[in-house]
Write a protein that binds this ligand. Structure first.
Ligand code: S3P
Length: 423
């Protein structure tokens, strides 16, 4: 991407694609049912393509009609080749949970970036449940079988750990309890409750009691992705004269840390037209250009906006006074080390940060100048730097920016339609 900055203003009223986390869960839950599921407004992007491709190799029948999918699964078959999860850790971790209960071996692999991501946090509890897993990093071979329920205390508040273990737990014998140090996104809990799985949960604990019945189909209309929406909201807040309205966005409180952070910074954000979709709260959100002040972020809010730190960091460069982020070491284990890749690239645009092992400190507002940047092969870094480019004077060129297609294939087109100049 080459961004000609600064952008004058962004104006528009639009929808974003379906939520990435909810899409992944809907596809894999539906794939475990032998009855037909209808999934509407599914995210069609690199990461969900990885999930769909793997499930087809496992014998699941998936019919695509744009963003709607008809899925019929149930009896998974031994794959005749390695399952390539691409760049998607969610695909790999959720598949591991579901495969742990299958009576065959499967090899899971992915891009070099995915091969660096931590899988031990999933592999260890799945081994305790009865699965055999060759190693704690991809490529790995998982041999499933009869599982038993366990009590697992996870060191990290990770929704992927929870989602993966719940997929195993619903196919196990006996109760499984998963405890986490703090709240994380609860989409699996909501979706599984909707299809009649017996589970109880609160912020720190989920207990699932499996039953012998067949797994029911999943029929859901997936809310718009708050993570994709955040790029548009952040751009509207920081580009003078902008006003953007986004429709039918998921506002599950386990995901809305970014809205809380933006409001705390003084952003003019309005959340209205509250409704429900697929067991999840949704609303329309509008944002206008605002003067921002720096804030301190630490504790539970970090998990509630874990994917939004790259774009939050761009916002923080435009805020008056000091912004401090702590308790965010998990950012170093994402598609790239998001603390060091952000600081490295933004420094090329003229910023000054103080880096901590679990966050950073900066004082703003800081003027950005156009520069040659790298996405570090990370979709959210690519898109966040594109917004920085819209705020900067001069041209910004981002290498390996096609990676944005992993979660937001229409990013460039959407922003150009609203008034940006990206070529
Ligand atoms: C996700 C959970 C988060 C998030 C990822 C999607 C999910 O990961 O960063 O993009 O769908 O459960 P962790 O659970 O590893 O924090």
């Amino acid at each position: 991407m080459k961004i000609q900055g600064p952008t004058n203003k962004l104006i528009g009223d639009l929808q974003v694609m379906g939520d990435k986390s909810i899409s992944h869960r809907a596809i894999i839950h539906a794939s475990l049912s032998s009855q037909e599921s209808l999934l509407k407004n599914v995210l069609r992007a690199g990461v969900t393509k990885s999930m769909i491709d793997c499930l087809r190799i496992l014998g699941v029948n998936i019919i695509e009609n744009n963003c709607d999918l008809i899925v019929k699964g149930g009896n998974w078959i031994k794959p005749n080749k390695p399952l390539d999860c691409g760049n998607s850790a969610t695909t790999m971790r959720l598949l591991m949970g579901a495969l742990a209960a299958q009576n065959f071996s499967a090899e899971l692999t992915g891009t070099p970036s995915l091969q660096h991501r931590p899988m031990k946090r999933i592999a260890e509890p799945l081994r305790q449940m009865g699965a055999t897993i060759s190693q704690n990093k991809a490529p790995l071979v998982i041999t499933g079988g009869k599982l038993r329920g366990i009590v697992h205390h996870s060191e990290v508040a990770s929704a992927q750990v929870k989602a993966s273990l719940l997929l195993a737990a619903m196919q196990a014998k006996g109760t499984t309890t998963i405890c986490q140090p703090g709240p994380s996104r609860d989409h699996s809990e909501r979706m599984l409750s909707e299809i009649g799985i017996n589970l109880q949960y609160d912020d720190k604990k989920v207990t699932l009691v499996p039953n012998e019945n067949q797994i029911n189909p999943t029929n859901i209309t997936i809310p718009g992705d708050i993570s994709s929406a955040s790029f548009l909201l952040a751009a509207a807040i920081t580009i003078p004269n902008s006003h953007i309205t986004l429709r039918k966005i998921g506002i599950n409180t386990t995901r809305t840390g970014i809205l809380d952070a933006m409001k705390k910074m003084g952003a003019d954000i309005d959340v209205f037209n509250h409704a429900k979709s697929g067991g999840e709260p949704i609303a329309d959100i509008s944002a206008r250009y605002s003067t921002l002040k720096g804030i301190m972020l630490e504790g539970n809010i970090v998990t509630r906006m874990i994917d939004e730190f790259p774009i939050f960091t761009i916002l923080s460069t435009q805020a008056e006074n000091t912004t401090i982020v702590r308790d965010a070491a998990e950012l170093r284990l994402k598609e790239s080390d998001r603390i060091s890749s952000l600081i490295e690239e933004l420094n090329k645009m003229g910023t000054k940060f103080e880096e901590y092992h679990d966050g950073y400190k900066l004082t703003g507002p800081q003027k950005l100048k156009g520069a040659k940047l790298s996405s570090h092969g990370d979709h959210r870094i690519a898109m966040s730097l594109a917004i920085a480019g819209m705020l900067a004077k001069g041209n910004t060129v981002i290498s390996e920016s096609d990676i944005a297609d992993e979660s937001y294939p229409n990013f460039q087109k959407t922003f150009n339609m609203l008034g940006a100049q990206i070529v």
